[in-house]
Design a protein around this ligand. Sequence first.
Ligand SMILES: Nc1ncnc2c1ncn2[C@@H]1O[C@H](COP(=O)(O)OP(=O)(O)OP(=O)(O)O)[C@@H](O)[C@H]1O
Length: 231
Amino acid sequence: MLELQSIRLTQGEFTLSVDCVIPLGSRVAVIGPSGAGKSTLLSLIGGFEAPDMGRLLWNGQDLTKALPHERPISHLFQDNNLFGHMTAAENVGLGIRPSLRLTKTEQARVSEALSSVGLSGMEARRPAELSGGQQSRVALARVLVQEKPLILLDEPFSALGPAMRGEMIGLAKEVSAKLGATMLMVTHDIADVDRFADLVIWIEDGRCLPPRDWAEMKADPPEGLKAYIGT
Ligand SMILES: Nc1ncnc2c1ncn2[C@@H]1O[C@H](COP(=O)(O)OP(=O)(O)OP(=O)(O)O)[C@@H](O)[C@H]1O
């Protein structure tokens, strides 16, 4: 499990406060108004921001001071972080070995990952030769080969149309199930939450409520959530 113990992080006028436990293997949507602190929360878990106080534990191991690359974490952002001069297969291969000197078995893992996201036959294409949805698939295939137990998604599919978003969230769920990974996804879209989440973290003005079952939260929403979803 991921434990965020009495964490405070101040940036200028803004303070993020978190005290919560995220169970292993759960899919957690992180929602809240613009500027509430959702991306800051993911940056903190990823190790790109350090808390002023508190501890971050993964299965009991203290990661508070670990560097981003030392954490058992994969990331997926809206811009997909693909390298334009590399093929789809190379972009995925980077997730296994940054030198790209892959063994035959590792090359097979790359092909298998691309095939499992529906990109068989597109291994040699560069990002500019792929649609937005296909680029998201490449990024998801890279998350798959990284085989990390914790995956952070920050509005990963927000540039896509509703049908494609639904499809990509289905694929992200498949990836989490294959890896048995815990996934946290920031989104502004309640339809995404319905499709994706077991649990939901509501953040408002930097205050992060502990994760709650989504059906329960919808039945008894915090005041700010009522206003947010317009009920
Ligand atoms: N480096 C920084 N220095 C000072 N304040 C910052 C810094 N980065 C972010 N902030 C502030 O922290 C708050 C939280 O920002 P954050 O990006 O986490 O919000 P968010 O909930 O992800 O918003 P959005 O939904 O608009 O992406 C905002 O008020 C923002 O202005």
